[in-house]
Design a protein around this ligand. Structure first.
Ligand SMILES: *Cc1c(COP(=O)(O)O)cnc(C)c1O
Length: 225
């Protein structure tokens, strides 16, 4: 098993192998260590091991946890990978370097307003609901082109890429392939896809950002309601 820093090293090797296997430069894949639910004490050794990108899924949790960690650790980049309410857009723009869950016009408008106000522009990824799941956030695949155009033209947002979370009980490969196709169609280079169980498959299909949590930090305790 080993500790988190050791598991991080192993994940880095697997990412590099998956990239090289496709003739890709390993540095073209950004590893986002998903630290949601873990306390600062669990995160510090991973920062000390050189990890610079971290993912959180809740604004409130990240806002409490990261400012002191950042002060101590130096430059880290924070990625919001969970759903964002429009009324938390200001906090999200102030705290995060990338937001992976842009999925509706109201949120695009709120982010554009805060980016203008705070003069700070996180990288934005549009979340696509590739599995058409009712309970999942994200734009429908067939609406994605229209939504991206709306973000660009109506709200003046610069879009970095697309993000998806494939259905838990399905082969992720067709979902990764669909997301890569949508990115290509819309002239986007960023692809946020792949988690602990499937990041190598995602890299094979062009992932530029993989979001790996439990394979680094270990099992997450179930979230209490
Ligand atoms: C929790 C989470 C991850 C990490 O999942 P693991 O299976 O622990 O690697 C990745 N992406 C999103 C959107 C998440 O919420």
């Amino acid at each position: 098993m080993g500790d988190a820093a050791q598991r991080l090293g192993e994940i880095r090797v697997r990412i590099a192998d998956a990239a090289k296997g496709r003739g890709r430069d390993p540095s073209s894949v950004t590893l986002i260590a998903v630290s949601k639910t873990f306390e600062a004490d669990a995160i510090r050794p991973v920062i000390a091991a050189g990890q610079r990108h971290f993912g959180e899924n809740r604004v409130q949790e990240a806002k409490a946890k990261w400012p002191p960690l950042r002060l101590a650790a130096g430059p880290v980049e924070l990625h919001l990978i969970g759903p964002l309410q429009s009324n938390k857009a200001a906090d999200a723009v102030a705290l995060f370097d990338a937001i992976h869950t842009l999925d509706r016009p109201k949120l695009a408008a709120a982010l554009a307003a805060e980016i203008g106000k705070l003069r700070r522009a996180p990288a934005l990824f549009v979340q696509v609901n590739t599995g058409h799941e009712a309970q999942k956030s994200g734009v429908a695949p067939e609406q994605t082109g229209r939504f991206i155009a709306q973000c660009r033209n109506d709200y003046g947002l610069s879009i970095s890429g697309l993000m998806c979370i494939p259905p838990i009980d399905e082969d992720p490969v067709p979902h990764f392939r669909a997301l890569a196709g949508l990115a290509r169609d819309n002239g986007l280079s960023g692809l946020s896809m792949g988690m602990s169980g499937d990041f190598e498959a995602a890299i094979a299909l062009g992932a530029t950002h993989v979001r790996v949590g439990s394979a680094i930090f270990g099992h997450r305790p179930p979230i209490k309601a």
